[in-house]
Design a protein around this ligand. Structure first.
Ligand code: PMP
Length: 352
């Protein structure tokens, strides 16, 4: 704290990211990274771009990357916005689109950054509770709102909404923006990008941090009709002309074009998720059905906090949320390599 802080800084409640431990040889299953590494083509592109050109600014529009994303998702390049991680894309859209007279809506249990952006930008919000099975009940999102945002699949539950439910929401909610945060969609969901051409109030955000294994580069994007993208560009160009550096742009293009690597890694993670779900269930865990690269699980005989602490002593880090209280019995466990998942199970066997 400093006496030079404004009241505003004093009152902020910043997001607390999952731990990035400095210790080696940890089994790190706490921040939903991809265990398989980036596409070798992305790494080659970074190597090729690591030269004298780094003295030059990158393309402020990252147009090569937008073109690669547009090709992959069969949209126009002017329907794509890119940012420094999807967190930055989300920050811009909260600032630009969610400062409305009416409160915005998002689930009570969801990505905790949404509340932080509301605090940062002075946005009023309501949080309809998840149902008893931790599912989003879109009937609780009536049209009278300043905007709607939810992840699909939701985080940290991993639960998926069918695309038909999202389309039904879009049909009745035409007066405000609907944002579908698809950070984890590639692990089992169907993307709402397919709906963009029909709904002018739909924005879909995605990230290269999970299915494309580039969390360290910070690349995120949004797809929506061109007028929405124009709005995001106005905000971005009032904030930072160059959110994506030269290495991120070339690696992003290579990663987006390497469909074979992408599907091989995603398929392996999905297979591991199913195996881990069965192994946890065999040990007495209740595991929510997940369409993501993590599972959300609780054990009837053991508190979440104690399990997380015990796992840490065995060198395995998972994520535990103290709040909201309803999810405090749960552990959020990122799907690792077969070896990492086995290390997790062995540690649990000695704890349970
Ligand atoms: N949305 C959700 C639901 C997430 O869990 C995350 C990862 N913390 C993000 C967005 C942001 O991901 P990134 O900034 O790495 O693209």
């Amino acid at each position: 704290m400093s006496r030079y802080w404004s009241r505003f800084v004093h009152d902020l409640e910043p997001y607390v990211p999952g731990e990035q431990p400095k210790m080696a040889r940890l089994v790190k299953l706490n921040t939903n990274e991809n265990p398989f590494g980036p596409s070798p083509k992305a790494l080659a592109a970074i190597a090729a771009a690591s030269g004298d050109d780094l003295r030059l600014y990158p393309d402020p529009d990252a147009s090569a990357l937008k073109a690669a994303i547009a090709r992959r998702y069969a949209v126009q390049a002017d329907q794509v916005f890119v940012g420094n991680g999807s967190d930055e894309v989300l920050a811009h859209l909260f600032m630009g689109f969610f400062r409305q007279d009416k409160p915005i809506l998002f689930p009570d249990i969801t990505y905790s950054f949404y509340k932080v952006y509301c605090g940062l930008y002075g946005i009023d919000y309501r949080t309809p509770p998840l149902d008893d099975d931790f599912g989003i009940r879109l009937a609780d999102y009536p049209p009278d709102n300043g905007g709607i945002i939810f992840p699909n699949p939701n985080a940290p539950t991993g639960r998926l909404l069918p695309l038909a439910d999202i389309e039904a929401l879009l049909q009745r909610n035409t007066a405000s923006l609907v944002v579908v945060d698809e950070a984890y969609v590639d692990f089992g969901g169907e993307s709402a990008v397919a709906l963009v051409s029909r709904y002018p109030n739909l924005l879909v955000t995605q990230t290269f941090s999970k299915s494309r294994s580039l969390a360290g580069l910070r690349i995120g994007f949004a797809v929506g009709q061109a007028p929405l993208i124009d709005g995001l560009e106005r905000i971005k160009n009032s904030f930072n002309s160059y959110p994506l550096d030269r290495l991120a742009i070339v690696a992003g293009v290579a990663a987006m074009d390497d469909e074979a690597w992408f599907s091989e890694c995603v398929d392996a993670i999905v297979a591991e998720r199913e195996a881990l779900t069965a192994a946890l269930a065999a040990r007495g865990f209740e595991v929510l059905p997940s369409a993501a690269n993590f599972v959300f699980a609780r054990h009837p005989g053991h508190a979440g906090e104690a399990l997380a602490a015990g796992l840490r002593e065995h060198g395995v880090i998972v994520r535990h949320f103290q709040r909201p209280e309803r999810i405090s019995p749960f552990l959020r466990i990122t799907i690792g390599t077969p070896e990492q998942n086995q290390a997790l199970l062995s540690a649990l066997d000695s704890l349970l």
